[in-house]
Design a protein around this ligand. Sequence first.
Ligand SMILES: C[S@@+](CC[C@H](N)C(=O)[O-])C[C@H]1O[C@@H](n2cnc3c(N)ncnc32)[C@H](O)[C@@H]1O
Length: 273
Amino acid sequence: MLSKFSEAQTEQYYDHEDAVYRALWDKDGSVHWGLFEDGANMTFLEAGANLNAVMRRRGKLAADSHVLDVGCGSGTTAIALCHALGCRVTGVDLSGVRIANAIDSLEEEPRPVQDKVAFEKASATDLPFPAGTFSHAWSQATIYHVPDKVKVLEEVYRVLEPGGIFVFDDLLKPQPNISEEARKFVYERLLYDTDFSFESYQEALKAAGFEVLEAEDISRHLKTSYQMLSDAASRGNEEHRERFAFLAEAYQETARSVDRKEVGWALFVCRKP
Ligand SMILES: C[S@@+](CC[C@H](N)C(=O)[O-])C[C@H]1O[C@@H](n2cnc3c(N)ncnc32)[C@H](O)[C@@H]1O
């Protein structure tokens, strides 16, 4: 289950790549894929906001929720959740640069939001909170990076109160045979490896103590997200010219890897009994 990438490498990667992600994915700092409604002609960012709305609804988040955002990045979604619902949100992330971004953004917010949202640099494998602190845990596009994914599931379980809900998305490895293209452009680029398929992920959640309420394979939306990102990268960028050229190709190969079932994406809603 342990991958060959370390948390220190991931931290360094996100500290270093923050400016590229802002130039290509979202100037406000969110870095997650989108859920596209059939026939709705959504932009990439609209689809990202739609994923937030779907997760809010399926996770049954409400004004009185206390939410932990695991891998909150630059805090964009945590702040948006507080705006949308008025709930308390605590975000943790491994990247010092991204947590500093989150704290800077929070300082621009009105006092009621500042009072309800907090950010802390921490690893998902060692959450600095007592057992039973949160009514909800939320995570987007993060757990795939963590070498010890089972430890993350156990930590999230620990910090949820009984009856607490864990709503999250993550990458999958649908089958063990990976082409050279997928290895280079998906797994190595994302500092990612896992044994979790759609089925074995659910087994791991159950082994950590969760009841799996919903599991949905949303891989086709991962493909659309990467096709759009590849198009955006192809349009180029003065400051990050070489990186954009590499990403245009890498994102196209990632979309193809989804078609070849070498990488997948799923949404899970779980409950701590
Ligand atoms: C693709 S970004 C997603 C960020 C955010 N969830 C969003 O939607 O914008 C992945 C994030 O996971 C964080 N991360 C990776 N490993 C982590 C770990 N062990 N603990 C906490 N955060 C981690 C990275 O620093 C990065 O900010």
